[in-house]
Design a protein around this ligand. Structure first.
Ligand code: IMP
Length: 186
C-alpha cells in the first residue's frame, strides 16, 4: 500500500486520488454550466471538506467566493450523534446568494439536512449540495446530493480530509479504516 507507516491500520484503498480528481473535474464542468452567469458561493464544512473544497474550487473556471462553517459531528467515535452545533459560522451574508455546500461525506445525512435548512432560513437564493462521498444510509433522509463524487459501502473511511480521532486526514486516497484500529481505541 501507498502508506507504509499506517498501512496496518487500514484495510484497503476504496477511492484513489486520481479517481477523485477525475470525478471532481467532471462535476466542475456541470457546475459551470448550471451556474453560468450567476454568482456562486462555495461553503465548505470544516474540517473534512478542506481537501475537496480545495480541489473543486481550483477545478472551476467560473468566478466563485468561498466561505467556511464548522459544525460538530462525530467527536471521537464512529457513529453519528445527530446533534449539530455551529462551532464557526459564516463570515458572509448569504441573503440572495447561490450557495453550494461542499461536504466530504454524507452518512446519515443529518448534518447536511440541518445545514441546508439553516442556510435556506437565512434567505439564500438557493442551497445545493456537493458531496465527495455518500454512504447507503443517506437514502433514509430527505437529502439530495446535487453533485456526487462516489457512492461507497457502509464502512468507516479515512483520508482525503476524513479523520478518525483527527488522524489520517492527510492521506491522498480514501481508505477503509481497519476495524482493529477503532476496536483498540474504544
Ligand atoms: P452525517 O450527519 O451522518 O451525514 O455525518 C456527516 C459527517 O460525519 C461527515 O461530514 C464526517 O465528518 C463524518 N463521517 C461520516 N462518515 C464518516 C467516515 O466514514 N469517516 C470519517 N468521518 C465520517
Amino acid at each position: 500500500m501507498r502508506y507504509d507507516d499506517v498501512s496496518d491500520q487500514l484495510d484497503e484503498i476504496l477511492v484513489t486520488e486520481e479517481q477523485l480528481l477525475a470525478r471532481i473535474a467532471e462535476l466542475a464542468r456541470e457546475i459551470e454550466r448550471d451556474y453560468a452567469g450567476k454568482d456562486l458561493l462555495l461553503v465548505g464544512v470544516l474540517k473534512g471538506a478542506v481537501m475537496v473544497m480545495s480541489d473543486l474550487s481550483r477545478a472551476l473556471t467560473i468566478p466563485i467566493n468561498m466561505d467556511w462553517m464548522a459544525v460538530s459531528s462525530y467527536g471521537h467515535g464512529t457513529t453519528s450523534s445527530g446533534v449539530v452545533r455551529i462551532l464557526k459560522d459564516l463570515d458572509t451574508d448569504i441573503a440572495d446568494r447561490n450557495v453550494l455546500l461542499v461536504e466530504d461525506i454524507i452518512d446519515t445525512g443529518l448534518t447536511l439536512s440541518w445545514l441546508h435548512d439553516n442556510l435556506m432560513s437565512r434567505g439564500a437564493a438557493s442551497v445545493k449540495i456537493f458531496a465527495a462521498l455518500r454512504k447507503p444510509d443517506a437514502v433514509r433522509v430527505d437529502i439530495v446530493a446535487d453533485y456526487l463524487g462516489f457512492d461507497i459501502p457502509n464502512k468507516f473511511v479515512v483520508g482525503y480530509g476524513l479523520d478518525f480521532a483527527e488522524n489520517f486526514r492527510h492521506l491522498r486516497d480514501v481508505a477503509v479504516l481497519s476495524p482493529r484500529t477503532y476496536a483498540e481505541s474504544e
